[in-house]
Design a protein around this ligand. Structure first.
Ligand code: ATP
Length: 249
């Protein structure tokens, strides 16, 4: 088996008396969707922030693409290909779908409007943006104003923007949040295919989506990983059922 792309060793983080991360060890391998689940307040966001560099662990290390990135900033990790999506929408609502994707391809979130004209004439950038839009089934909306998209379509566009940056790993924070049943149904196959572009660390509350998508699941409870395994292993795990999924899971 190849080395994991991301590995977290013995990560701990305390907020006052609260142990938000407790000796967490996990990895994400090439080609997989690794879901991180757990009840509210279990410490999922705290862990993701430490992986992405927004929060410094008290102890432990984060390794990404063969390098110890623990001392590196969010921007430095992002430049290495650690791509976080859905944290803050970076979409410019008045611009078209293609303009947003091209800006992503430029790596220029928030670049001034005056850059649009020359950028849209850059054939290589436009081609990369169109390719990303096609991957999320959004090329047909290339000329549409972003504000006129549905919630689910905006989510797909955010993925396209993330794709244009050609990340080595996607860190996705609740991609299904607020989408409803039909949006979740549309997004599921798109995320499923993306694991072949780059593996995905997926934080998600929608258990149907997690069970449909994940190659492996890690279950976080009170800051501690209580189990890691395949969907079947996690469904059958007595500690998980007791702590989290409930008796009828
Ligand atoms: N900056 C902070 N200062 C103090 N306590 C914090 C801070 N950030 C998070 N916490 C606490 O750490 C615990 C873990 O929170 P975290 O947001 O990581 O959980 P979560 O699993 O992401 O929850 P949710 O599913 O509700 O988003 C919670 O008790 C939270 O109140």
């Amino acid at each position: 088996m190849s080395d994991p792309l991301l590995s977290v060793h013995g990560l701990s983080k305390r907020f006052g008396a609260l142990q938000a991360s407790n000796d967490i060890t996990l990895d994400v391998r090439s080609g997989e969707i690794h879901a991180l689940i757990g009840p509210n307040g279990a410490g999922k966001s705290t862990l993701i922030q430490q992986i992405c560099g927004a929060l410094r662990p008290d102890t432990g290390e984060v390794w990404f693409d063969g390098q110890n990135v623990t001392p590196l900033s969010v921007a430095e990790r992002a430049r290495m290909g650690l791509g976080r999506t859905f944290q803050i929408s970076s979409l410019a609502m008045e611009d078209t779908v293609l303009q947003n994707a091209v800006l992503g391809a430029l790596g220029g979130h928030g670049a001034p409007f005056r850059f649009f004209r020359p950028v849209l004439k850059d054939a290589a950038l436009v081609a990369r943006a169109e390719e990303a839009l096609a991957r999320v089934d959004m090329l047909k909306f290339a000329d549409k104003r972003t504000a006129d998209l549905s919630h689910g379509q905006r989510r797909q566009l955010e993925i396209a923007v993330a794709l244009t940056l050609q990340p080595k790993l996607f860190v996705m924070d609740e991609p299904m949040a607020g989408l409803g049943a039909s949006g979740t149904k549309d997004l599921t196959p798109i995320l499923s295919a993306l694991r072949h572009d780059a593996p995905i660390l997926l934080v998600e509350h929608d258990m149907d989506a997690v069970f449909a998508l994940a190659d492996r699941i890690s279950v976080l409870v009170y800051g501690k990983v209580i189990a890691t395994g395949t969907v079947d292993e996690i469904r059958a795990d007595a500690a998980v059922r007791e702590a989290y999924l409930g008796e009828d899971a």
